[in-house]
Write a protein that binds this ligand. Structure first.
Ligand code: EPU
Length: 337
């Protein structure tokens, strides 16, 4: 079914809760709906919006916003070790994680409680607590309006990296993700190596799927703001990746500095939240925007009245402080529109 909303406020549809107007929002469920929608769209500019948990609107949107609403989970095949599923792009990500944990399927549990829709997961290759969406994604199904064609792209062609994929680059603005296929494992391989995860899991009685999900949910609830109450977009910045020599010289001054290996052994990933925290900015507010008091990587709409431009200006000041103190550039993770 297609549903169209004209001249509506985006505040209830974006996690930062900023007020901007959308000329036209078009919700769709099926592939046929998409073909029908694009047969009628005169503009060649449009955008896709899931839960808008990673979008900061800085202006009104005068082109169509396409919103997937297909929420089906379908089992494609199953063997002794794994289950291959197809999931509609419009399903809430955490509903998929809950579904998998209830069925004893491994792979998504560390990604519990990440806000957003399934269709957004491959775009920025969502990740947390030592797991990334790419670890379980088999392929991504999409529609190319230019050719009015549906294509399934295997994971190895999706260009996945740390918060990276082809959907942020060559395919940006050209495709609508309609479904994502995952392979989940029947065989347990707990990943407890990140931060407090192991301790939280042990305190719940050991590494069962349910305990891991509960532990991750508890850790996230303790550190991250509740979007239902406070506007935010999760991590506002990406963790910077620097040359190993840069990290080594910083470690001489800050031996406690968190740092993580990357696939490229000449590079190290630093924690942007730690860098911001070291600048004394945790909990700092200006106007309607602030740095979250429990996780400095998250910027919040403190009053509910922040505008996108105000958030950008504030973020600019935060990154300037980090650049001045450490000589490191931190870049937004959030898509700015
Ligand atoms: N840290 C501080 N002060 C802070 C925040 C962090 O000192 O205010 C330190 C922590 O103590 C820790 C290190 O920095 O030693 C890393 O912090 P944390 O484990 O909280 O993770 P992160 O690097 O800040 C990333 C993801 C999060 C994800 C967590 C857990 C990015 C941009 N963010 O944050 O993802 O939940 O790891 O895996 O990679 C998101 O993308 O929206 C998001 C929340």
């Amino acid at each position: 079914m297609i549903r169209i909303f004209e001249n509506s406020d985006l505040a209830t549809r974006n996690s930062f809760k900023v007020h901007q107007q959308a000329a036209k929002i078009i919700e769709f469920e099926t592939n046929d709906d998409l073909v029908e929608i694009f047969a009628q769209i005169a503009e060649n500019k449009w955008m896709v919006m899931g839960g808008a948990n990673n979008i900061l609107f800085t202006k009104d949107v005068d082109f169509p916003i396409i919103v997937p609403k297909n929420e089906q989970i379908e089992i494609i095949s199953e063997d002794q070790e794994s289950v291959h599923i197809r999931v509609g792009a419009g399903l809430e990500w955490d509903d998929l994680v809950a579904w998998s944990v209830e069925r004893g399927l491994w792979g998504l549990e560390n990604l519990s409680l990440i806000p957003g829709k399934v269709g957004a997961a491959p775009v920025q290759n969502i990740g947390a607590y030592g797991a990334e969406a790419k670890d379980t994604i088999e392929s991504v199904e999409m529609f190319f309006p230019e050719q009015s064609a549906f294509v399934t792209l295997a994971a190895e062609h999706c260009g996945f990296g740390y918060r990276e994929s082809v959907f942020k680059h060559t395919l940006k603005g050209r495709v609508i993700i309609t479904a994502v296929q995952f392979r989940l494992s029947k065989v347990g391989t707990p990943r407890l190596g990140y931060g407090d995860v192991e301790r939280e899991v042990e305190s719940r009685g050991g590494a069962t799927l349910r305990n891991i999900r509960e532990a991750i949910c508890a850790i996230r609830r303790a550190k991250l703001p509740d979007t239902a109450v406070t506007g935010n977009a999760g991590s506002f910045f990406k963790n910077p990746i620097v040359d190993i020599s840069v990290a080594q010289s910083m470690l001489e001054s800050y031996p406690q500095m968190p740092h993580y290996p990357t696939a490229d052994n000449t590079k190290v990933k630093l924690a942007a939240g730690w860098l911001i925290d070291q600048c004394g900015l945790k909990g700092y507010c200006e106007g309607n925007v602030g740095v979250h008091s429990r996780q400095a990587l998250v910027l919040i709409n403190t009053t509910g009245e922040a505008t996108g431009s105000e958030v950008i200006a504030f973020a600019g000041k935060v990154s300037q402080c980090v650049a001045q103190k450490f000589g490191i550039t931190i870049e937004p993770e959030v898509n700015i529109l």
